[in-house]
Design a protein around this ligand. Structure first.
Ligand SMILES: [Zn+2]
Length: 439
């Protein structure tokens, strides 16, 4: 295999040997990588490095320097084009080794895929074989707003770290990270995480060191490229208020109705399994897009539902109540099941079982739901919350905000959500749903 590949080459999941051969010369050496995340910060940092490599500890001929991007697959198209037209042009001019990687599949064992490795980058890959979106579709979930940007940790950071370990064994890798001066806390957290993981990478945050805050770096990129760089984030990010203001995000969705329709489908599947899981904490994407009268997106979303295969899913969910402090103080075991030790006003662990009953056309699936309704002698209910109109046969309804409770229903939804149930589920279900114990 040639040392360099054309930018459109798609490789198989690399073996470590394969990757090591390809990156000979970068091993057992001092190298610098720029994690180019497609946003204004890392793009700005990239331009600065090209202008003055010595300032960032990079060799004048860039022989020790690699730009790496983890492709998540759900970026807005303007961000992709900005990268190709206003960053890759300069990487080409300097012959910078430019690598694009992504996750190889749903499991970590599926490894990473090197989508492109070239000194002549022209095209940014729009997706790899396994997108973050694919994971959400498969699980019938939306990204959780709790616990920070776990999506980017699992998808982006994991692929980048994996790549560096496989490609540069024995090297001292200095990772240049484009966190800006407003993000010192994020950098500290990142450092703490890496100490925990005992990674051999040294992280450097030049923008923080040099005092470039968000507006400073945006101004620099505007001067350098002549354009206002779009924010880089997944279109279905639940932090839309953080990643971009709500009006800016809605305007972007309006510009890319195909993406908006895909996101509406993601939310629709998630809310079928859990009506309390719209994309945003307080309201649904569907409501925002409807209120904004985005007819094109709504039309494409309806078409996606029409074209889909459908299924009936049997969903059971048990909500444990949170453990009281006194339980811990009294040195009860971690899995204490005493009812008195749990507070039913606070949510504990949630356990879910999803089973596919039938898959087929929408009418076939709906007939099955109707037959189940007859069998159970209960009506099929149309859920009008968030205007999404899910059809459910509810066997057990859970009161809002009371824990140590359970819910059970059949629901009609697009096919393709995988069955999921932990081995311990039956025991938990029997305790909470059947015996009425709350933990
Ligand atoms: Zn206890």
């Amino acid at each position: 295999m040639a040392e360099e590949s054309g930018p459109l080459t798609l490789f198989d999941t690399p073996t470590p040997d394969w990757l090591r051969d390809r990156f000979q010369g970068f091993q057992n050496a001092d190298i610098k990588t720029l994690n180019h995340g497609l946003g204004v910060d890392s793009t700005g940092l990239g331009h600065m490095i090209l202008d003055d490599p010595a300032r960032f500890g990079v060799a004048p001929d860039f022989s020790d320097f690699v730009v790496v991007t983890a492709i998540l697959g759900d970026e807005f198209e303007d961000t992709n084009q900005h990268t190709e037209n206003h960053f890759y042009d300069r990487l080409r001019a300097h012959g910078i080794r430019t690598v694009q990687v992504s996750r190889g599949g749903p499991e970590r064992a599926d490894g990473i895929v090197v989508l492109s490795d070239t000194r002549n980058p022209t095209r940014l890959h729009r997706r790899g074989p396994w997108r973050l979106r694919d994971e959400m579709l498969l699980n019938g979930t939306v990204p959780t707003a709790a616990g920070g940007h776990r999506c980017s940790m699992n998808h982006k950071q994991w692929a980048l770290d994996r790549f560096a370990k496989l490609a540069f064994p024995g090297a001292r890798v200095g990772k240049l990270v484009g966190y800006n001066a407003d993000e010192a806390r994020r950098a500290k957290k990142c450092d703490a995480n890496n100490q925990k993981k005992k990674d051999e990478f040294a992280f450097d945050y030049p923008l923080i060191r040099e005092g470039f805050d968000r507006s400073g770096i945006a101004h620099y990129v505007k001067e350098k490229t002549g354009i206002t760089w779009g924010k880089s984030y997944c279109s279905f990010c639940p932090f839309s208020g953080v990643c971009a203001s709500r009006p800016v995000h809605l305007a972007r969705l309006r510009r890319y109705p195909h993406l908006a329709a895909q996101d509406l489908l993601l939310e629709y599947r998630s809310m079928a399994l859990n009506r309390r899981s719209p994309l945003y904490v307080t309201e649904s994407l569907y409501k925002r897009v409807s209120d904004d009268r985005q007819e094109q997106a709504l039309g494409e979303f309806a078409a996606l539902l029409d074209q889909a295969d459908w299924a009936v899913y049997h969903v059971r969910r048990a909500y444990g109540a949170a453990r009281r402090d006194s339980c811990e103080r009294n040195k009860h075991p971690d899995d204490c099941k005493e009812t008195a030790c749990h507070d039913t006003s606070r949510k504990g662990n949630v356990y879910r079982s999803v089973r596919t009953v039938i898959t087929g056309s929408k009418s076939v699936a709906r007939q099955r739901l109707a037959a189940l309704a007859t069998e159970k002698d209960r009506p099929v209910e149309l859920d009008t919350k968030h205007q999404l109109g899910h059809e459910r046969l509810i066997l057990r309804r859970r009161p809002d905000k009371v824990y140590g409770t359970a819910e059970e229903f059949y629901v009609l939804a697009p096919a393709g959500i995988r069955d999921k149930q932990k081995p311990s589920f039956d025991g938990t279900w029997s305790r909470i749903a059947q015996q009425g114990l709350i933990a």
